[in-house]
Design a protein around this ligand. Structure first.
Ligand SMILES: [Zn+2]
Ligand SMILES: [Zn+2]
Length: 75
């Protein structure tokens, strides 16, 4: 029954993905925060990663840590 076990793992991962998506549902489509930053925020602190600090300074989510930003029109 290896197949059913694998299926269970996939379902579990999907469930976790849905839970995560619901948990971080943004009020506005302003990109996605990096996992480390979300964790730090959850703990009531700012992320201490240098790259995240730099990104936050310019009002962005750290893309190095898998965060995303809304693509702005390039000037
Ligand atoms: Zn971070
Ligand atoms: Zn970062």
């Amino acid at each position: 029954m290896k197949t059913s076990k694998r299926l269970f793992v996939i379902i579990a991962l999907l469930g976790a993905g849905f839970a995560f998506a619901a948990d971080t549902k943004p009020a506005a489509p302003a990109g996605k925060k990096a996992g480390c930053c979300v964790k730090a925020e959850g703990a009531g602190a700012a992320c201490s990663h240098g790259c995240c600090v730099e990104a936050a300074k310019v009002g962005k989510n750290c893309e190095k840590c898998k965060g995303t930003n809304v693509a702005e029109a390039k000037k």
